[in-house]
Design a protein around this ligand. Structure first.
Ligand SMILES: [Zn+2]
Ligand SMILES: [Zn+2]
Length: 293
């Protein structure tokens, strides 16, 4: 069976491999198509698409942004985006600014807790301009404050922990609009992060998002338990939303998740991408010039 991985982070956000390396690895393990979905970053798409053309690997332009849905944090994936769209580029710059504003606050809190990590050492760990929490977590490990990055999140950096700082986000409506105005398909990533407590509650949220223009749900993803996958599939079918899947691969920053297979058992069929293309591209791309989203 031809398989795909539509949720991949590179070293332009908090992944480990460069976009070009991701394409090479995907080709090596025989994936039929991938999407690069960096947080608040679209610059990995062009090199990946070019490398894909060179190697004969289908690369779908993508992104992942954090949004706020009435106080709940959610991640929104965008697929088939036009990464040269000026409005999209401006929105990405804005989101990157929100992130940059957050980091000094995280460092201040860590210092107040007696944890002396510096922005400079974290920058060296990330190897680039993007500093995300996984990089800060690694610095805490390197300094011996914690045993693992997972422990760093649990004790200090995760939602609700003492050094957690909420980042300014787009609203869900804004996030979906940004994606759609760049010709993209907006997909709710790993729905469990919404923290809904029942199927009915999640169903209401999905219905609400669909009215805002949501086009799909990430049904298959490494952290999903079997019953979650079934639930998300049921919701996608109920609301006539597209089904997508990806590993949320971060390379060595999340070593238990492998490209293409997640924790070892994911197999995301190419047929999902075919349906995404058929439904989305027919609906939006062809009429993009006339449709006023
Ligand atoms: Zn995510
Ligand atoms: Zn992700």
């Amino acid at each position: 069976m031809k398989t795909i991985d539509l949720h991949i982070h590179t070293n332009l956000s908090d992944g480990f491999l460069s976009p070009v390396r991701v394409v090479k690895e995907a080709k090596k393990i025989g994936l039929a198509a991938i999407a690069i979905t960096d947080h608040d970053e679209i610059a990995g798409n062009e090199p990946a698409v070019l490398e894909g053309e060179r190697l004969g690997m289908e690369v779908i332009p993508g992104m992942e942004i954090s949004v706020d849905l009435d106080g709940r944090p959610a991640h929104m994936l965008g697929y088939f985006i036009d990464y040269r769209n000026p409005e999209l580029i401006a929105s990405i710059r804005l989101l990157q600014g929100y992130r940059r504003k957050r980091n000094p606050q995280i460092f201040r809190r860590l210092h107040q807790l007696g944890l002396m990590v510096t922005e400079q050492e974290v920058k060296e760990i990330s190897g680039g301009n993007y500093i995300g929490r996984p990089h800060i977590a690694q610095a805490l490990v390197d300094r011996g404050y914690v045993h693992s990055t997972a422990q760093a999140f649990e004790k200090y950096l995760g939602n609700g922990a003492p050094a957690y700082v909420q980042k300014q986000r787009f609203s869900a409506q804004q996030g979906i609009e940004v994606i759609r105005r760049a010709g993209g398909l907006a997909v709710l990533a790993h729905p469990f992060s919404l923290g809904a407590e029942s199927e009915a509650e999640l169903s209401t949220i999905v219905e609400h998002l669909k009215r805002m223009g949501l086009g799909g749900i990430e049904v298959f993803c490494s952290p999903h338990l079997e019953e979650q996958t079934e639930l998300y599939l049921r919701l996608a079918n109920n609301f006539n939303l597209l089904v997508t899947g990806g590993t949320d691969f971060h390379g060595e920053w999340k070593p238990h998740v492998q490209l293409g297979v997640g924790k070892g058992n994911l197999q995301i069929p190419y047929s999902l991408l075919e349906k995404m293309k058929k439904v989305h591209l027919a609906k939006y791309k062809l009429s993009a010039s006339e449709v006023n989203f």
